[in-house]
Design a protein around this ligand. Structure first.
Ligand code: GUN
Length: 295
């Protein structure tokens, strides 16, 4: 029996509709600022989509474009300016940054209350403690997708392939919070296929097209493909996006599976909008009650 193909675009529309409703409760539109340094074409495409989605929701949006050789001090200066502006609720620094810039130092400079990427150590720490805070958008989107097909994850075996700060680690923490038994595989794992074959849920976030094939998948397992590798088209007319999963074969074995494109990608962007609204609401509440935001 063929797997259910999860429609990430439809789920994203639901999230965006909820965000639009939630934003009506505020006395001003949420504000999202995106910093992009350099001219990586894929990053520019992502940023354009993020800004467009925010504009469609009526958010205040701002894009700060810096040259590839701007240096770390300049990025930190822009972050500091955005931290100080009351009408900006969310700050996203598009990754990857140019190689001479220390990503963790930049993440640490973002006000944790405006950290809509959930990458500041305070938000990452809160996630591992299950104590609130802003959650990275891709894992948050994956979790909404997983819960749309398995509402209760208690006791299920989830395997996360990849251990990045932006997807793999927060994904594992979220699954653990939902009482799944979590195995994290990474570049040094000896037999990822063996581990995956016992999984009820596989989340792959590696960036290696075709890594996960049908014989890695337990029949009826839920397969979430976070991979988005740009592969040149055979006729030279641009690129196609390829996931980590061999979709055409995996779809014959899995119970539910996300396609690429049209799976996790739209949910990541919808969750960025949700995080921006969450940050705006948290900041408003803190201001009204004169309590600190996320400290
Ligand atoms: N580059 C690729 N994905 C992301 C993301 O989720 N956030 C940021 N800031 N950069 C990215």
């Amino acid at each position: 029996m063929q797997a259910d193909i999860i429609d990430g675009r439809a789920l994203a529309r639901q999230v965006l509709a909820e965000v639009a409703e939630g934003a009506k409760m505020l006395d001003r539109p949420p504000g999202l600022a995106v910093i992009i340094a350099g001219d990586d074409p894929a990053s520019h495409v992502y940023v354009r989509t993020k800004v467009k989605r925010a504009e469609e929701l009526g958010f205040l949006t701002e894009k700060i474009q810096l040259p590839a050789d701007c240096g770390e001090a300049r990025v930190l200066e822009e972050v500091a300016k955005l931290n100080a502006r009351d009408e900006i609720d969310g700050i996203l620094v598009q990754l990857p940054l140019p190689a001479d810039i220390n990503t963790l130092r930049v993440m640490a400079a973002v006000d944790p209350a405006k950290d809509v990427d959930g990458l500041h150590a305070l938000n990452a720490g809160r996630l591992t403690q299950g104590s609130g805070g802003l959650i990275p958008c891709t894992p948050l989107g994956c979790m909404k997708i997983i819960k749309s097909v398995i509402p209760d994850l208690t006791g299920s075996h989830a395997v996360v392939i990849g251990s990045s700060n932006i997807v793999g680690k927060p994904m594992a923490a979220l699954l653990l919070e939902e009482h799944a038994t979590v195995t994290q595989c990474h570049i040094h794992t000896r037999d990822t296929k063996f581990v995956c074959r016992g999984a009820d849920i596989i989340v792959s976030a590696v960036g290696k097209p075709g890594l996960v094939n049908a014989d890695w998948i337990k029949p009826r397992a839920v397969v979430i493909d976070v991979g988005t590798t740009r592969v040149p088209k055979a006729d030279g007319s641009g690129y196609t996006l390829k996931g980590d999963v061999d979709f055409d074969e995996a779809v014959k074995v899995a119970g539910a599976i996300t396609p690429v494109p049209g799976g996790v990608g739209p949910m990541t962007i919808a969750c960025l909008m949700e995080n921006t609204l969450t940050a705006a609401k948290m900041r408003k509440e803190a201001k009204e009650n004169e309590w600190p935001v996320l400290s």
